[in-house]
Ligand binder design. Structure first.
Ligand SMILES: NC(=O)c1ccc[n+]([C@@H]2O[C@H](COP(=O)([O-])OP(=O)(O)OC[C@H]3O[C@@H](n4cnc5c(N)ncnc54)[C@H](OP(=O)(O)O)[C@@H]3O)[C@@H](O)[C@H]2O)c1
Length: 374
């Protein structure tokens, strides 16, 4: 369990937040690890977090008194399910039933992406928001299919509704949503360029060194960076979904995947990469939102694109992601991050938890904020 700093006699009353986590893979386990390692920093912002539920594909472990994080981590590291843990384990528990049983203040969703149905994440997030449970997502699927619906059920639409945050979905720890949505307030964004799929970036850079596409993808899977289904990366869909979320959340354009033109890196060859290098260029999988007329519609594309090596997104290394915003009054702003595993994505979930707390969008037993239906 996360140490309760109040019990150690340290200052300031802490808000106790009971969280349930779905998905205990690279990201979910990363979140468990940093809930422990950053507990002192959480206390500094007034938070004490207790994990009351943790679900994997076989079921869940639930304990209102708080699950032991080390046991959860060791169980998954040994390749076992938490659903068979003595006393707390429950096999075959669909996520809505898991949420009802765990009754958390906050739901952290890190199950695999399914772009056809959005499940199991979409049903679980709908269920949570309808019951007044705030949500932090790492899984892009629910937002790809139902951004407008979920936003309307949350504090993004009305402050008395449960909080919804998803910065982990668009570039992990790279602050894409916060930069465009908060820090460019008052400016008009005229153009967005982004390289937000770590797998394609790593694969293209490895192919420049002579590796085959298949070998490079296998390496990204081994490192836990590739999607559970890596064709989502290679065929451009992961990058496309990130652009869909960004268009909705930052550009204010109601957008679905069908609005985008999408081409992945499957057909990019070593010969093309070498030819680009000879021209002083570099091929990246570029997501772009642009419009010629400030009052006109955005054109949204994802495709392999050759950029001059002086371009901020062409200068990036194999483990980097980046975004460039062009604006009318704030100039050109670009940000990049280097993320070698899934921990920074878990860190983005933690950032969102703190943001919800600061925004007063967490309804807990110690700080009731909005009505909760059960
Ligand atoms: N990895 C990254 O760097 C990264 C970055 C940004 C966003 N994301 C997103 O974060 C999410 C998780 O990624 P990941 O790399 O952690 O995936 P992962 O390693 O494949 O882990 C997926 C987890 O979800 C569990 N799961 C599968 N079906 C489930 C169900 N029906 N109910 C409950 N749990 C279920 C799996 O259970 P088992 O343990 O039983 O298999 C596993 O624990 C994905 O949506 C991904 O797109 C990942």
């Amino acid at each position: 369990m996360v140490p309760d700093l109040q019990e150690r006699g340290e200052a300031a009353p802490l808000t106790q937040v009971r969280i349930a986590i779905a998905g205990l893979g690279n990201v979910g386990r990363g979140l468990l690890a940093i809930l422990h390692s950053q507990a002192d920093l959480l206390a500094q912002v007034g938070l004490s977090i207790r994990v009351v539920g943790a679900a994997d594909s076989a079921g869940a472990a639930i304990d209102p008194a708080g699950l032991d994080l080390a046991t959860l981590t060791a169980t998954k590291a040994a390749g076992r399910t938490v659903a068979r843990l003595p006393r707390v384990g429950r096999l075959d528990l669909p996520l809505p039933d898991f949420l009802d049983a765990a009754a958390p203040d906050l739901f952290c969703e890190a199950t695999p992406v399914d772009l056809r149905t959005g499940q199991p994440g979409l049903g679980a997030v709908r269920h949570a928001l309808a019951r007044g449970i705030a949500c932090v997502l790492a899984n892009k699927g629910p937002l790809a299919l139902a951004y407008q619906e979920l936003a309307a059920q949350s504090d993004l639409e009305a402050p008395d509704r449960p909080g919804l945050r998803f910065s982990a979905c668009v570039g992990g720890a790279l602050p894409t949503i916060n930069l465009g949505g908060r820090d460019l307030a008052g400016a008009r964004i005229t153009d967005v360029e982004c390289v937000l799929n770590g797998t394609c970036q790593g694969v293209l850079r490895a192919m420049e060194s002579g590796q085959s596409l298949d070998d490079a993808v296998a390496e990204m899977q081994r490192r836990g960076v590739a999607e559970t289904d890596p064709s989502l990366d290679v065929d451009g869909w992961d990058q496309a979904v990130k652009l869909v979320i960004l268009a909705n959340a930052v550009l204010g354009r109601p957008t679905v995947l069908g609005d985008l033109t999408v081409r992945g890196i499957r057909d990019v060859t070593g010969v093309e990469l070498a030819a680009a290098a000879a021209r002083g260029e570099r091929i990246v999988l570029l997501g772009r939102a642009r419009r010629d007329d400030p009052a006109g519609d955005w054109k949204l594309t994802v495709e392999p694109t050759s950029l001059p090596v002086t371009h901020p997104l062409a200068r990036m290394g194999a483990d980097e992601m980046g975004i460039v915003y062009r604006t009318d009054i704030s100039g050109v702003i670009h940000a990049t991050s280097e993320e070698i595993d899934a921990v920074p994505t878990a860190a983005a979930m933690l950032r969102d938890i703190i943001d919800l707390h600061r925004a007063g969008a967490l309804r807990t037993t110690t700080s009731p904020r909005y009505p909760r239906t059960r």
